[in-house]
Design a protein around this ligand. Structure first.
Ligand SMILES: Cc1ncc(COP(=O)(O)O)c(C=O)c1O
Length: 361
């Protein structure tokens, strides 16, 4: 072995990301409620656009994403020049980390936040700083107390995954206005479209020079398999991110399907309404079975059990019933299970199975 060949500092600290389970051995038609996917899939218009893209497989895609950026800007009321598209919002988060943090810098995120934030900090050799939450809710004072002269990035998902909790925009504003001046606030809006009438922080991006927002086509748009996300921020920051983006990071099919999806807001509204209906129903059904949860603002519920053992036993019980949910021990929540809101039949099945496990049915 040649021990002069070494990876960059931080890389070996990375525990590889493990996605939600997709199958159970011995169960033919398991219901997957482990990855916060849209149970209704993508809009018909997005599927058709993707199929049409097959005729141009021999052509390189355009490099500036102009049409997709234009459609996003149109639908969300933004400046297209300050939209950047990536391979999932994960890639936008990666651009931000790569461009703005490195060795001796600190990257701040909270106790139960998305695992990619820690991973990205390590990937660029920065120091991850994990901040405590209050009852599974982001605590802005704790974040501000953790910031210092080395802080370069603060990641904040609102609503948060896997807790589903949300903080008011006034609190997010307080964070943006009181953070150290050399740091960027990265507002991760992966679940923003699930919140009726919520702009995900777009107005904050417009009014501040230190806020960048990321969004995804993987959740409410039902395109998780396609891998498209986008970011919005101040012109200087978007210019920097654009410099490290590979010119052909998105394929033509990805752009065509995402464009059709963002134009189909009727479908988005339908998915939002149905998600809210089934989320309220499932939360109530779990509560009646003796499994509490915090009010969720996203497309999943974080079900709380009395112990780690009980959560694990329930997970095993659900798997035996062909229901796959997500263990969240890696998010410092070993006594919880995250359950994606499925269609009505899946929600009924999972509620019935949890009640059976708890002996209330
Ligand atoms: C909070 C949060 N941010 C970002 C992502 C990444 O989404 P994608 O890369 O599919 O856009 C996810 C996916 O689960 C998430 O939960």
């Amino acid at each position: 072995m040649n021990n002069l060949i070494r990876p960059q500092p931080g890389i070996l600290e990375i525990a590889p990301y493990v996605g939600g389970k997709a199958a159970v051995a011995g169960v033919a038609h398991a219901v997957k409620l482990s990855s916060n996917e849209n149970p209704f899939g993508a809009s018909e218009k997005a599927r058709e656009a993707y199929l049409r893209a097959v005729h141009n497989l021999h052509r390189y895609p355009n490099t500036d994403h102009a049409e997709l950026r234009g459609a996003i800007a149109d639908v969300y009321g933004l400046d297209a020049a300050r939209v950047i598209c990536g391979v999932g919002s994960d890639e936008i988060l990666q651009f931000i980390a790569q461009a703005y943090a490195g060795p001796r810098d600190e990257v701040v995120f909270t106790e139960h936040s998305f695992l990619m934030y820690r991973l990205l900090a390590h990937a660029v050799g920065a120091t991850p700083i994990q901040v405590a939450e209050r009852d599974r809710t982001v605590d802005i004072d704790a974040i501000l107390a953790a910031c210092g002269p080395r802080t370069k990035l603060v990641f904040l998902a609102n609503p948060n995954n896997p807790t589903g909790t949300m903080i008011p925009m006034s609190e997010v504003e307080r964070l943006a206005d009181n953070m150290p001046r050399q740091a960027i606030l990265v507002l991760d809006g992966a679940y923003a479209e699930y919140v009726e009438g919520f702009d995900g922080g777009l107005s904050l991006v417009e009014s501040r020079s230190n806020v960048v927002m990321t969004r995804t086509f993987s959740k409410i748009y039902g395109l998780g398999g396609l891998r498209v996300g986008w970011g919005y921020g101040p012109a200087e920051i978007i210019d920097v991110l654009g410099r490290i983006r590979q010119p052909f990071n998105l394929s033509a099919g990805q752009m065509d399907a995402a464009l059709a999806a963002v134009r189909d807001q009727e479908y988005v509204a339908k998915c939002r309404t149905e998600n809210a209906r089934m989320r309220a129903w499932l939360a109530q059904a779990l509560e009646e079975a003796g499994v509490p949860s915090d009010p969720s603002h996203a497309n999943f519920i974080l079900a709380r059990f009395s112990s780690t053992e009980e959560a694990q036993a329930c997970d095993a019980f659900l798997q035996a019933e062909g229901l796959i949910v997500r263990q969240v021990a890696g998010y410092n929540l070993p006594h919880c299970l995250r359950i994606t809101i499925g269609d009505e039949a899946s929600c009924r099945r999972v509620a019935h199975a949890v009640a059976k496990f708890k002996g209330t049915r």
